[in-house]
Design a protein around this ligand. Structure first.
Ligand SMILES: [Zn+2]
Length: 780
């Protein structure tokens, strides 16, 4: 139900190409006033809503569109439910858990004096989650209308981002909300399975009534009434016994009040926001803190008190300090971090709903108040602008705080078991990069800037907007330099806060600040699916006078382009770095040093998503014991692991021996193994090699081995299929389901086996073909 033509927006973009994007910028204004009552007995909300709508566009408007998001959970025929089925998902366990919103009365009044009240309409039509109404009269630029309506919202059992569970209610996308009208026209998009939201900035005055025992947290500041926080405030200075005593007392008080049927009514006011969310529950505990005079409210369920107490306030303070320093001072009068019902976290202006007290989740969601909240992109069209940016800034924060690991390694090691302490641990960045490169090599890579609904499957959306999105900003920082990137962050915030942003607007900021033409970078990483691979050519070293001259040729071996750094280390231990722009097929940098050159390395910081680092320097080998479930894929070295093994079977009785495995990156693996049977006195061997069969166009791997060279060889080739749709992040139906999510996009695999025909197939472990399900086969 998109109301505009993509071609039109391209033409508009060309027309405004020479102008600064912000000069002709406009956005609509909305002011919502709502009176809401929560009826927990029937899991419903009843509300009166008045929306003042001001047309700041240069266009005359004839219709108005509202989102009725809760209707996506009305039955199994909604667009969202249909899309979910396509990916083998279910929105709700059963239809009776569903919810909906009914508009019970509706009136649009033109605000101009002349037309007054007489020009009102009450008619509207609903298509899926979109309400459309004809305006009583054309709304000219600068004109205003008022929409008055009342609604009944049957709340669904918690699903995706909102609903109830137990006595708690999470309200996101819960009220009739005006669709955005911008330079591309109306964004009357129904509620899809994938993708988030887009809203008009404005003011909210929301009065909420609940039974007295409910504690409420919301977007905005309290202007009237009592949200109940003080009654359940956790005094972290008290000992546990005293706290329990205090809690008992307040509970008695609350019980007495609610027994009298008293209601809690509280009004919240918010400005410069494009959405309003709230939570309510009788089980919340409350903590208060501040950062630089800004109140921080934390609400958590009593079951989470040991994990949340004291720490969430501190992490939220650090988040606000970090974001304010890097981008611009947190501009809202409060921050609420609530213990939501969903898994992970969800962002709303001034309010985040988090499932855990984890620092990463807090940074991510509070970061979204900037990237989505303050710098408001259309999340359905360009999710990389919010998910990518906040994933990037979260990692940036975690690395600044915890070093290269990007997580609290000290605490991890304290809690780790014997095996976990021995296995190599990847940094957060390495984990993400491995996952991203595996996806980019899968044959299923899609461009980063794609409308959420256009992705072939949800996993592809996730890998792009979160993982590739975060690396997009990392690489932008690498291309323009750290101090320029810092300026870009601040300028972006300053220029576009409380406005709608998009690719053109962000790119303009980057180009203005850096003075560079970044067209190639945005085009390549947002609209194409490049592969980066630079290789070291034959290095020439020559003694010149008292010093040395080193010529380093660099080859670009794939379609993607990035500036590439060349590092030279001399015998004296000096490190020199030069950068080549990487645009041509072949490039060269020359070093002049006084000391003899010792080592040359391309992309020493591993900054450009180089697909293969085996050709970035001379080959080095790393030996290591093969610990169980080890997921270690070094990018720079050829890894050789060894492990003894033995088992018992009928023919051989005891078999013992071991194997060596060698791998280069995630794709290629070879193995050699030898085992001796105690009773049969026979020696068996196995040689295996596995790799992707990319020629098939799928993400495939071939594997072959032969066993026991004394006897005749048997050849087996197996091709396995599974469709991409059935292996999204939440569905793993294939044989190698024990493996990591990197494998979820596998659509076809070829397996070739060469093995001997022996008197019994005993030399393999019971449960054949166990080799199929081994992690080594699956980690690609
Ligand atoms: Zn997010």
């Amino acid at each position: 139900m998109r109301q505009y033509l993509p071609a039109l927006s391209i033409i508009l973009l060309f027309c405004t190409g020479g102008l600064k994007a912000q000069d002709d910028y406009w956005q609509q204004f909305v002011h919502y006033k709502m009176d809401i009552t929560l009826l927990p007995i029937e899991h419903a909300l009843v509300g009166d809503e008045t929306i003042l709508y001001r047309n700041n566009s240069p266009d005359t408007l004839y219709n108005i569109y509202l989102h009725l998001y809760p209707n996506a959970y009305k039955n199994s025929q909604t667009i969202k439910a249909q899309e979910a089925r396509k990916f083998h998902r279910r929105l709700l366990k059963s239809e009776k858990d569903g919810g909906y919103i009914e508009v019970e009365s509706f009136r649009i009044v033109a605000n101009s004096e002349a037309r007054n009240d007489h020009f009102s309409v009450t008619a509207f039509e609903i298509d899926d989650t979109i309400l459309k109404a004809k305006l009583p009269a054309p709304l000219p630029p600068a004109g205003e209308i008022t929409i008055q309506l009342s609604f009944y919202h049957k709340v669904r059992k918690h699903s995706s981002r909102a609903g109830y569970r137990g006595f708690q209610y999470d309200f996101g996308q819960w009220y009739p909300k005006v669709c955005v009208y911008d330079q591309d026209g109306w964004h009357a998009e129904p509620f899809h399975l994938i993708g988030e939201f887009y809203g008009e900035f404005g003011t909210f005055d929301v009065s909420i009534s609940t039974p007295f025992e409910y504690i409420i947290g919301a977007t905005g500041v309290v202007t009237d009434g009592d949200p109940g926080w003080e009654m359940v405030r956790v005094d972290t200075s008290l000992a546990e016994a005293e706290r329990r005593e205090q809690r008992k007392k307040t509970q008695e008080e609350i019980r007495a009040q609610s027994a009298e049927g008293n209601l809690r009514t509280v009004t919240f006011h918010a400005e410069n926001v494009h959405d309003f969310a709230w939570v309510a529950g009788p089980d919340f505990l409350y903590e208060y803190g501040e950062w630089d005079g800004i109140p921080i409210h934390v609400l958590y369920r009593s079951s989470a008190r040991n994990r949340w107490r004291g720490t969430v306030i501190q992490k939220s303070q650090r988040a606000l300090a970090w974001l304010s320093e890097k981008f611009g001072r947190y501009p809202y009068p409060q921050l609420t971090v609530a213990n939501g019902l969903l898994r992970g976290g969800m962002e709303y202006p001034m309010l985040v709903m988090n499932s855990s007290q984890g620092e990463k989740v807090i940074l991510h969601e509070v970061g979204h108040i900037y990237f989505y909240g303050i710098l408001a992109n259309n999340e359905l069209q360009e999710a990389w602008l919010d998910e990518g940016f906040t994933s990037f800034q979260t990692r940036w924060y975690m690395e600044t705080r915890y070093g290269k690991w990007g997580f609290d390694r000290k605490t991890f090691l304290k809690k780790a078991n014997w095996l976990q302490r021995r296995r190599p641990v990847k940094t957060n960045r390495e984990t993400s990069r491995d996952a991203l490169l595996a996806y980019m090599n899968s044959g299923h890579d899609e461009p980063l800037s794609r409308a959420a609904g256009k992705y072939n499957e949800p996993f592809s959306y996730m890998r792009n907007v979160y993982t590739k999105g975060a690396f997009f900003y990392d690489m932008l920082k690498y291309v323009v330099g750290d101090s320029t990137f810092d300026k870009i962050c601040k300028t972006y915030f300053e220029r576009w806060q409380f406005k709608h942003v998009n690719e053109a607007r962000f790119k303009q900021v980057c180009e203005d600040v850096s003075g560079q033409d970044l067209g190639w970078f945005f085009e390549q990483w947002l609209h194409e699916t490049p592969t980066i691979d630079y290789a070291l050519g034959k290095v020439k070293k020559k003694k010149v006078g008292k010093g040395w001259r080193t010529e380093v040729p660099i080859l670009r071996k794939a379609d993607g382009r990035m500036p590439v750094e060349v590092q030279l280390i001399t015998a004296a231990g000096d490190t020199l770095i030069q950068r080549w722009d990487g645009a041509d097929k072949i490039g060269k940098v020359v070093f002049s040093t006084t000391s003899k050159p010792k080592k040359v390395l391309l992309d020493p910081g591993d900054a450009i998503l180089d697909n293969s680092r085996s050709n970035n320097s001379g080959r080095t080998i790393e030996f290591m014991f093969d610990y169980p479930n080890m997921n270690y894929i070094p990018r720079d070295t050829y890894l050789v692991t060894w492990r003894p093994s033995g088992w018992y079977n009928e023919v051989d009785k005891f078999r013992f021996g071991g194997r060596l495995r060698a791998s280069q990156g995630a794709a290629r693996k070879s193995e050699i193994g030898l085992w001796y049977g105690s009773d049969s006195a026979e020696l068996d061997g196995r040689v295996r090699y596995s790799n992707r069969v990319r020629a098939l166009g799928f993400r495939t791997r071939g594997r072959s081995w032969h066993k026991k060279w004394k006897a005749a060889l048997k050849w087996t080739a197996i091709l396995l299929f599974s469709t991409a749709n059935t292996c999204g992040m939440h569905r793993n139906t294939s044989l190698w389901s024990a493996s990591t999510t990197q494998n979820c996009l596998a659509t076809a695999r070829i397996m070739c086996c060469v093995s001997t025909t022996r008197k019994a197939t005993s030399s393999f472990r019971p449960g054949k073909p166990a080799t199929f399900t081994k992690p080594t086969f699956a980690t690609a």
